[in-house]
Design a binder for this molecule. Structure first.
Ligand SMILES: Cc1cc2nc3c(=O)[nH]c(=O)nc-3n(C[C@H](O)[C@H](O)[C@H](O)COP(=O)(O)OP(=O)(O)OC[C@H]3O[C@@H](n4cnc5c(N)ncnc54)[C@H](O)[C@@H]3O)c2cc1C
Length: 327
């Protein structure tokens, strides 16, 4: 059996975007990881919309609830950092886990400063060895894997959740709940969210999608083949930086060094050369399929299956052979 820490683990659990009373997949994955690394309790910090029953199913023993209408939205790093600090000061934890989203990374850094701890973001694996929590992530465009531990305070770790699994607990147990006494800093109280913008739907859930269809310059602004393929495979559409810079898709869909990382079961890249700035964001994909008209393209070096050809011929041909699952 793998080694565990004895102290409790605090997990920030955010809700599913479409169902605020449910846990997000990312939160369920973090909680599963927390169960694996502690012999103590998994304690969640969560907005009051998520019902205790959803925590029970994944083995959380206690939930600190806060009301976002009183504290302000947790999607602001400073607010979430104050929530984390308030929860940490309410008990004795061995580590704090957050998702490595933009707000999760921001909160991890700010929270660690306030707690006098070390923080690490974009972590891809976390385990216990010789009584220490060992974090790991890839650096330098994914060419090196690093392992390290944080020496100071209670480590605050923002995890990339795409390659983690969400596994229900063996049995659903009792969940203790408590309203968290939140202490916001004076500077945090002055934050006002004045507007929110939706960033489009085609790439919704890209980091959690089981299938990612990614478009490169070769699509020449025509997203239809990719959207149709994503639709029939139940996936989401991502893009290279070139595509986002051309304005064919918005920035939130960018995969790679300066975008997001994905780890789907299946990644299909079309019209993509495979530059290292892009492929470092797809190293977690279980299977990689590439469609490109250049047989020398670097993407073929890492593809499990490659098709050399014009995507505007290959994709419609593939679509005509794929039967929708419910057909
Ligand atoms: C600091 C830095 C950070 C960066 N960060 C990122 C990042 O996060 N993500 C990212 O993606 N890039 C990033 N880039 C840019 C990166 O270096 C590449 O320029 C980019 O990934 C190339 O995108 P592409 O594959 O779409 O385009 P290209 O390299 O131009 O490749 C297009 C490919 O499509 C093929 N093609 C053309 N027409 C067709 C067709 N009809 N059918 C099939 N194939 C066709 C071409 O032969 C070619 O191989 C970054 C660069 C820098 C310097």
């Amino acid at each position: 059996m793998s080694e565990k820490i004895a102290k409790d683990v605090l997990v920030f659990a955010h809700p599913d975007a479409a169902h605020p009373q449910h846990l997000s997949v990312a939160a369920a994955r973090l909680i599963t990881l927390a169960r694996e690394i502690t012999s103590g309790k998994v304690v969640a910090l969560a907005p009051s919309s998520i019902t205790p029953q959803h925590f029970s199913q994944v083995g959380v023993k206690k939930v600190y609830y806060f009301n976002p209408e009183e504290t302000g939205t947790w999607q602001v790093g400073a607010i979430l950092a104050d929530l984390v600090v308030s929860a940490v000061r309410s008990s004795d934890f061995g580590v704090v886990l957050l998702p490595s989203t933009s707000w999760g990374r921001d909160a991890a850094g700010q929270g660690a400063i306030l707690l006098g701890s070390g923080a690490s973001v974009d972590v891809t694996n976390l385990k216990v060895a010789d009584g220490k929590l060992i974090a790991g992530k890839s650096v330098l465009d994914g060419t090196w894997e690093t392992s390290y531990y944080m020496r100071r305070g209670i480590p605050v770790v923002a995890m990339r959740t795409t390659s983690l699994s969400a596994v229900p607990a063996a049995e659903a147990g009792e969940v203790e709940t408590e309203n968290l006494p939140v202490q916001l800093r004076e500077s945090t109280k002055r934050i006002q969210v004045v507007s929110r913008e939706e960033t489009g739907s085609t790439h919704a859930g890209l980091t959690e999608a089981p299938v990612v269809v990614c478009v490169g310059r070769g699509v020449n602004s025509d997203l239809k083949p990719a959207e149709e393929l994503a639709e029939v495979l139940g996936g989401s559409v991502g893009a290279t930086r070139v595509v986002c810079e051309q304005g064919w898709m918005d920035r939130a869909a960018q995969i790679g060094q300066s975008g997001i990382s994905v780890a789907p079961n299946l990644y299909i890249g079309m019209g993509i050369s495979g530059d290292h700035h892009h492929v470092c964001g797809i190293r977690g994909a279980k299977k990689i399929v590439a469609i490109c008209d250049d047989p020398e393209a670097r993407i073929f070096e890492m593809a499990d299956f490659g098709v050399v050809g014009d995507l505007f011929t290959v994709v419609p041909d593939a679509l005509s052979r794929i039967k929708p699952l419910d057909a």
